[in-house]
Write a protein that binds this ligand. Structure first.
Ligand code: COA
Ligand code: ZN
Length: 303
């Protein structure tokens, strides 16, 4: 049994992923100006790590086809890391040209999700990581490796822990600067989170930054976040208003909400440096914008 109260950190980092994970699968496509406004509202709320978009194939994710314009227009605040997800060299080159600070390289622990998401096996995706890391570092970009389906796969079911540990070692060797374990469709439970985080930390170099990316499919997202916190995770992905979901993972609803996570952590005395009420206000604004875009589209006669 773990000791209670558990050793908890004084502060954690929240990575806001709503503009990427949320908007990639939203019911409506926001105009570019509103995507920019969303990012700026989140920065104003105190968020310092924002996954702002992804540079993927516009055919795969039409809702983020304006990624280059979003990054060109967004007003950069000093001290904020603007992050973009990139699936390949082409995406990384676009990210470099757009002057992002950091990239997320997604790689699925399961081949089934890897093929659905990136049309390549895990090994094929892994093979390109060292050269992508080198290119990113050469341009001063930090790289976070995102292990998708770390807690289960919508196509394959159980993902063996050994597979995640193997991928962890490979990604560290390839030179990524941090790792994020993703529960892509929200299959994890707290004991599983605690176990996997502890095992992954055992194979990571001491002090290596480890984050978690949770989806709240069954209402246990924050319970999983608490388990991760107690197991030593200090970096949490979350999305404004709890929007989100991978379009290539059936049944993936939203991420844990940023405002819910901020509330939980602050009430527990853990600093986030984020104004939870301002995030709630941004969430209300965003839901209103998405609703009016959806209404406008259905009035035009197509859905
Ligand atoms: N940005 C823009 N266009 C890209 C691109 C990128 N990063 N990568 C590929 N393309 C374009 C190619 O130029 C090509 O265009 P063309 O048909 O007009 O010539 C087309 O996409 C196909 O390229 P190819 O390399 O054969 O890609 P693919 O069809 O095998 O698809 C991915 C592979 C990775 C590009 C695609 O599956 C993808 O973007 N997936 C992202 C999924 C995602 O975002 N999931 C959620 C987050 S994890
Ligand atoms: Zn996600």
């Amino acid at each position: 049994m773990a000791e209670w109260p558990a050793q908890l950190p004084e502060a954690v980092t929240i990575v806001e992923v709503g503009p990427r994970d949320g908007l990639q699968s939203a019911d409506a496509n926001l105009p570019t100006a509103q995507k920019v406004e969303l990012i700026e509202r989140l920065v104003a709320a105190g968020l310092r790590h924002i996954e702002a978009t992804s540079f993927v194939s516009p055919r795969a994710v039409p809702l983020l086809a304006d990624a280059d314009q979003v990054m060109a227009r967004v007003k950069r605040e000093p001290g904020v890391r603007y992050i973009a997800l990139v699936p390949n060299r082409r995406g990384l080159e676009r990210a470099i040209a757009a002057h992002v600070d950091e990239v997320t390289l997604p790689i699925s622990a399961s081949d089934g999700h890897s093929r659905a998401n990136l049309r390549r096996s895990t090994a094929e995706v892994l093979a390109q990581v060292p050269e992508l890391v080198e290119l990113a570092h050469g341009h001063g970009l930090r790289v976070r490796g995102g292990i998708a389906t770390a807690f289960g796969c919508p196509y394959e079911g159980v993902v063996p822990v050994e597979r995640v540990l193997w991928l962890t070692r490979q990604l560290v060797e390839a030179g990524v600067d941090s790792l994020t374990l993703a529960d892509t469709v929200g299959m994890a439970h707290p004991l599983q989170v605690e176990e996997l985080v502890c095992k992954v930390r055992e194979v990571l170099p001491p002090g290596f930054p480890l984050g978690i990316h949770l989806h709240d499919t069954r209402g246990i997202g924050l319970a999983n976040a608490l388990a991760a916190l107690q197991a030593g995770v200090t970096e949490f992905d979350a999305s404004v208003g709890g929007i989100g979901g991978c379009p290539f993972a059936p049944g993936a609803p939203g991420n844990i909400s940023t405002e819910g996570l901020v509330y939980m952590l602050e009430q527990m005395g853990i600093r986030t440096n984020v104004d939870g009420e301002a995030v709630e206000e941004a969430a209300r604004w965003l839901h209103g914008r998405l609703k009016s875009e959806t209404d406008a589209r259905s009035q035009e006669g197509y859905r």
